[in-house]
Design a protein around this ligand. Sequence first.
Ligand code: NAP
Length: 281
Amino acid sequence: MFKIIDGKAHSAAIRAEIKQRVATFKADRGIDVGLAVVLVGNNPASQIYVRNKIKACEETGIKSFAYYLPEEATQNQVEELIEELVENKAIHGILVQLPLPAHLDAQKILKLIPKAKDVDGFCEENMGSLCMKEDCLVACTPNGVMKMLEREGVETKGKNAVVIGRSNIVGKPMAMLLLNADATVTICHSRTQNLKEICSNADILVAAIGKAKFVTADMVKQGAVVIDVGMDRDENGKLCGDVDFENVKDKCSYITPVPGGVGPMTITMLMFNTITAAERS
Ligand code: NAP
């Protein structure tokens, strides 16, 4: 019998803890925890993400500072804004909503955010610290996956973990977190050969591919823990994950649904990183 991991419930419990930490921070230091959210342009999905991030700030007592720049903002304008935010003591975390318009050099902009305020956990220093198993701000989506595994009591030590996907924001940090938690980790990608065979040996299988229902039952070991990071659309335009949930679930011990699994954890971990950054400031 499989158990569905309820990301919404985990998320609500973690947000309650964060709210408490935020209140304690304010009581101790006499200032708010501040998160700056920078949105450049009119990407509709980005607008929704930013709105949800601001809502999560309200829910946890974090003060949000939203900066909306027009689509045609120049590299200089964005860089100047980031430089101001880096200096601003009321701001403990800086988030630049991606993707940025194509004419901007996103890497150059992100590099201006110092490690201590990099609440997305994307900068080289935070990624490096993660590899060195040092304390750092960890990318929100994979960190949310780890939190769910911990809270469900899923053992990672000595287990075979397979991560499908090697992006800098999900696959790589996910693999590193599992390695740091003593799993034996294999990272797969579009050039991997024998993908089915590798996946079917996984005790823990994380799918971060971006292809609807890509992981089928024949790729899953009996009793595996299956984590679906994907946010895709099925043939009817309905939100679904990278895992063929209906056909895979009966083989699993645990499985995350889409929606309601990994998704809700991502913004919660952004709040977690923001209070953590504030406490360390
Ligand atoms: P990405 O940058 O496009 O990376 C996708 C990865 O999947 C790449 O490493 C790619 O391999 C690999 N891949 C593609 N086709 C494959 C195949 N046929 N076999 C094996 N591997 C294959 O995507 P991402 O940003 O990591 O996101 C992955 C998914 O997670 C997307 O659906 C995205 O929407 C979702 N996501 C969800 C959240 C959330 O909060 N729930 C957050 C972030 C992302 P190559 O490197 O060889 O190209």
